[in-house]
Ligand binder design. Structure first.
Ligand SMILES: O=P(O)(O)OC[C@@H](O)[C@@H](O)c1c[nH]c2ccccc12
Length: 265
């Protein structure tokens, strides 16, 4: 069984438990009553989506993060464009409580980073204040992907449509996704190869906002992704383990902007 299928079966079990506590009718009502969405400006300058990530299936425990709100505050002070919060519990040790504390601590958009496979999770994301949700093309059939994209949009959220290869990028393009992620980590075997970004960036539709996901260990990868056309970089591990979250976000943002302006001229 691939890692992705395995993760999703755990996600479905946990979801069933939450659903027994709070039925769909109740979660949709909570979503409708939630704080308004913070719009994510797709036309802004190069930026960093900074992730709150405690653990990962490939690397195990990364950082304790006793207070995700405090970490998010440092990211925001460094100029992060959005905060990504892992809410998957079994492999990433995340939670909706983390999403709540981050949303309360900052005033920039917050991404619920999870394996979204059921309509319930979108209402739940919004009920917990999410402004952006992740849609993983590899995890969904094209019909579901279309339905979930429409649902996220209907709820006012922006969907980050994550791709890993040419075929998935074509599906994201067909969908009309405005925010497309190219993940250099293959979710089927978890290997990262930063060289995967450039060929995908080449294929991205004109006018979309492109996010380079995974594999940023430091400035070198930020430059590499920006030079290949990334509008945003999504960084987890390096920020939670590096000990200087605010300075690193500042540095990556400045560097990416510089590289983008060089490649534009
Ligand atoms: O820690 P990294 O290598 O900076 O990666 C961050 C992010 O790209 C990664 O957490 C991620 C990308 N897509 C995902 C989907 C599910 C869970 C996690 C992810």
């Amino acid at each position: 069984m691939t890692v992705l299928i395995d993760i999703i079966s755990g996600v479905r079990e946990d979801l069933q438990a939450r659903r027994n506590e709070v039925p769909l009718s109740e979660i949709t009502a909570r979503a409708a009553a939630a704080e308004p969405v913070r719009p994510f400006d797709l036309s802004a300058d190069f930026g960093v989506i900074a992730e709150v990530k405690r653990k990962s299936p490939s690397r195990g425990d990364l950082a304790e993060i006793p207070d995700p709100g405090t970490l998010a505050g440092l990211y925001a002070a460094g100029g992060a464009r959005a905060i990504s919060v892992l809410t998957e519990s079994r492999r990433f040790n995340g939670s909706l409580a983390d999403l709540d504390s981050v949303r309360a601590a900052v005033d920039i958009p917050v991404l619920r980073k999870d394996f979204m496979v059921d309509e319930y999770q979108f209402h739940e994301a919004r009920a917990h204040g999410a402004d952006i949700v992740l849609l993983i093309v590899a995890a969904l059939d094209p019909v579901q992907l279309g339905e979930f994209h429409a649902l996220a949009t209907e709820l006012g959220m922006t969907a980050l449509v994550e791709t890993h290869n040419r075929e998935e990028l074509e599906i994201a393009t067909e969908l009309g996704a405005e925010l497309i992620g190219a993940n250099t980590r293959n979710l089927k075997d978890l290997s990262v190869d930063t060289d995967r970004f450039a060929p995908l960036a080449q294929l991205a539709p004109a006018g979309c906002t492109l996010v380079a996901e995974s594999g940023v260990a430091g400035a070198a990868e930020v430059s590499k992704y920006a030079d290949s056309g990334a509008d945003l970089v999504l960084v987890g591990e390096a920020l939670v383990t590096g000990g200087r979250p605010q300075a690193a976000v500042e540095e990556y943002t400045a560097l990416g902007r510089e590289r983008r302006s060089l490649s534009a001229s």
